[in-house]
Ligand binder design. Structure first.
Ligand code: MTE
Ligand code: MO
Length: 253
């Protein structure tokens, strides 16, 4: 219990007050550790500025009237794996979210349980790095509530999202730090624009991490894992696109 509260408090309030952040020793404020790269200087500056001055800042929310009439899909729209196809065929009735890694209680949480947890609905703008945006309404369970349920261990520093799809041979995955993981607008969305999340938009659940660009919003999530370093996952840069070298890990907007 104490640890749970500490984790959330540290994530939401401890950061700005901590003098440790400037020396990079705070587990929440530390620069991300990667095997192959350091953050580019622009990325580092943006990450550090957001963490110092905007850890709790909220992304803008919009009204129903401002919602885009069409919200396109992008990237994968139909994961090919046999396991995913099986779940799709029976409406994800036996699907569950695996939560593993640096947690006290690894669990497989059924979709119905995620839906029964307190939910949050938000109307936000999605910005794709390729140059399009769309405003949509998202409903889901706050990621922080899921992490509280499994109880993060103190060593955890990142949350990794493993997806059902692969582009070429590489599975799609993403990762965020704990500041974004516990941000109130960071949700595992199972609903969009008042309906169940469609397959193309990432059924059964997809991440909404509203202060970052579109490619961070992992669709078709199968498993989330708490880790202390991103070095041993994929090519070590924290995500599918990050590993290609095209896009940066910290995509703050
Ligand atoms: N698993 C997975 N997640 C993904 C992608 C993908 O190809 N696979 N594409 C990303 C990109 S680049 C964008 S812009 C958004 C698109 O979300 P949408 O299809 O709901 O518009 O999903 C992101 N999440
Ligand atoms: Mo994107």
């Amino acid at each position: 219990m104490t640890r749970r509260l500490m984790t959330r408090r540290a994530a939401l309030t401890g950061l700005v007050a901590s003098p440790m952040i400037l020396s990079g020793c705070d587990r929440l404020g530390q620069s991300p550790s990667f095997r192959n790269i350091v953050l580019s200087s622009g990325e580092w500056l943006s990450y550090r500025m957001h963490r110092l001055f905007g850890a709790n800042a909220m992304a803008r929310e919009y009204t129903e009237a401002e919602m885009s009439p069409d919200f396109r899909t992008n990237g994968s729209t139909r994961p090919q794996s046999a396991e995913y196809q099986r779940h799709l065929a029976n409406g994800f009735a036996t699907w569950s979210l695996k939560v593993s890694g640096l947690v006290e209680e690894p669990q497989a949480i059924p979709l119905a349980d995620l839906r029964a947890m307190p939910s949050r609905t938000q109307i936000t703008r999605h910005d794709c790095v390729e140059g399009w945006s769309a405003i949509g309404k998202w409903t889901g369970v706050p990621l922080g509530a899921v992490l509280d349920r499994v109880m993060l261990k103190p060593e955890a520093r990142y949350i990794v999202f493993r997806c059902a799809d692969a582009l070429g041979l590489s599975p799609y995955y993403e990762s965020i730090d704990l500041v974004d993981a516990f941000h109130p607008q960071t949700i595992l969305a199972y609903g969009m624009n008042g309906s169940d999340l469609s397959q193309g938009h990432g059924a059964p659940i997809r991440l909404r991490v509203e202060r970052q660009l579109g490619y961070k919003h992992a669709k078709f999530i199968m498993e989330i894992e708490a880790v202390d370093s991103l070095s041993d996952i994929g090519l070590g840069r924290g995500g599918y696109w990050e590993d290609t070298g095209f896009y940066e890990w910290y995509a703050g907007i």
